[in-house]
Design a protein around this ligand. Structure first.
Ligand code: SF4
Length: 317
C-alpha cells in the first residue's frame, strides 16, 4: 500500500554567514507497508524517526526518493487525498489537542472541513468513534484538561481516525503514559487495527514496545536503517550491534545486559557524523575498516543488515 524508496531529507544549517553544514536527517530509507500490517521504527532520539514521520505526512518535502501510495506518487493522487489516507497519532496528546475545544469539537473538526455531512451526522459519527476508542458520550463534552493522560491519548486516536485513514503513523504514542495505561492504549490500537484494517508505522525508542505491536521492524541510526526485516527474525537473532544494544537495554524487555548494551553510550551529533560506519565509535566489534568504509544494507538471511562483519557477529550471539 505505502512504498518508500530511497527517501532522503537533508537540511542545510548555516554555521557562519559563509559556512553551511548539511544534516542528513534521513539518508536513504526504503520500506513497504502492506495493508493491515505494522512497521515498527526504532532508534534513539536524533536517529531520524521524527523526520521520517514528517516527511511521510508530507509536512516536509523530501530531498530525493519516492513515496508511493497504492503505486501512485503524492502528486498523482493529490495532496488532500493522500492526507486523508495517512494520519498521525502524537506522542504528547495534551500538546497536540486544542485546550479551548471540547473533545466532541476536536473530533468533529476534520469532518466539518473535509465532508458535506450534516451537523447531526458529524456529531453522530464523532460520538460513535469516541465510544469505539473508549470515551462514553457522557464524557465527550469535556475539555482535554479534564481527561486523564490515557483518555487524552484515546481522544488523539479518535481525531486521527475520524476521516477513515488507511494508514496511521503512531509517533511514540505511549511513551508519555504510565506503564499500566500503556498496555491499554497498545491493546486499543491493536483492536482498532483488526476491526478497521489499518496499517501502522509505529515509532518508538523502545524495542520492547515496538516488538509487541509490529510485523516488521526497521532499526534506524543517524538517519539510516541499519537493520530491518520480520519481527520474529529480528528478535530471535538481531544481527546489527546497535539492534542488540537496543534489545539488551530496553526497559520493557527482560534481557540480561550484554556487551553491546553497555556500549550504547551517547549518540554522535548528526551535524558531525563519524566517518565510515556511523556506529563505529560505539561499536564493540569495530575494526579499522569500519572507520573508512560505510557498510551497505544487504540481505542476511531474512533480514537486511548494514555491517561489514555479520559473520563474526553471528558467532558472537
Ligand atoms: Fe560495528 Fe563495523 Fe559493523 Fe559498523 S560495520 S556495526 S562498526 S562491526
Amino acid at each position: 500500500m505505502l512504498k518508500v524508496q530511497d527517501l532522503k531529507k537533508y537540511y542545510l544549517v548555516k554555521k557562519w554567514p559563509d559556512e553551511a553544514k548539511t544534516i542528513r536527517a534521513l539518508d536513504g530509507v526504503s520500506f513497504h507497508l502492506p495493508v493491515g500490517k505494522t512497521l515498527g521504527v526504532v532508534g534513539e532520539s536524533g536517529c531520524g524517526k521524527s523526520t521520517l514521520a514528517r516527511t511521510l505526512l508530507h509536512l516536509e518535502t523530501p530531498t530525493s526518493g519516492a513515496i508511493l501510495w497504492e503505486n501512485q506518487s503524492i502528486a498523482e493522487i493529490g495532496e488532500n487525498n493522500y492526507r486523508k489516507n495517512i494520519q498521525m497519532i502524537f506522542q504528547d496528546p495534551y500538546n497536540s489537542l486544542n485546550p479551548r475545544k471540547r473533545a466532541i469539537d476536536i473530533v468533529c473538526a476534520p469532518l466539518q472541513v473535509n465532508t458535506n455531512l450534516s451537523k447531526q451526522e458529524i456529531v453522530d459519527r464523532a460520538l460513535e468513534l469516541l465510544l469505539k476508542v473508549g470515551i462514553a458520550p457522557s464524557e465527550a463534552y469535556k475539555y482535554p484538561h479534564m481527561y486523564s493522560g490515557g483518555q487524552r491519548q484515546r481522544l488523539g486516536i479518535a481525531r486521527a481516525l475520524i476521516l477513515g485513514p488507511k494508514a496511521v503513523i503512531c509517533d511514540e504514542p505511549v511513551s508519555a503514559l504510565d506503564v499500566s495505561i500503556q498496555a491499554q492504549v497498545l491493546n486499543l490500537l491493536l483492536d482498532l487495527q483488526e476491526t478497521l484494517g489499518l496499517s501502522y508505522i509505529f515509532i518508538s525508542h523502545d524495542l520492547g514496545v515496538v516488538s509487541h505491536v509490529s510485523d516488521d521492524i526497521m532499526v534506524m541510526y543517524l538517519g539510516k536503517a541499519v537493520e530491518q526485516g520480520p519481527k520474529e527474525e529480528l528478535m530471535r537473532a538481531p544481527m546489527h550491534p546497535y539492534t542488540r544494544a537496543l534489545w539488551a537495554s530496553s526497559p520493557s524487555m527482560d534481557r540480561p545486559k550484554a556487551k553491546e548494551a553497555l556500549a550504547l553510550g551517547e549518540l554522535p551529533s548528526p551535524m558531525n557524523p563519524p566517518s565510515g560506519c556511523s556506529y563505529h565509535k560505539r561499536c564493540p566489534y569495530a575494526e579499522p575498516m569500519c572507520r573508512e568504509k560505510a557498510p551497505e544494507l544487504l540481505p542476511h538471511g531474512k533480514t537486511l543488515v548494514a555491517c561489514h562483519f555479520t559473520d563474526k557477529l553471528k558467532q558472537n550471539f
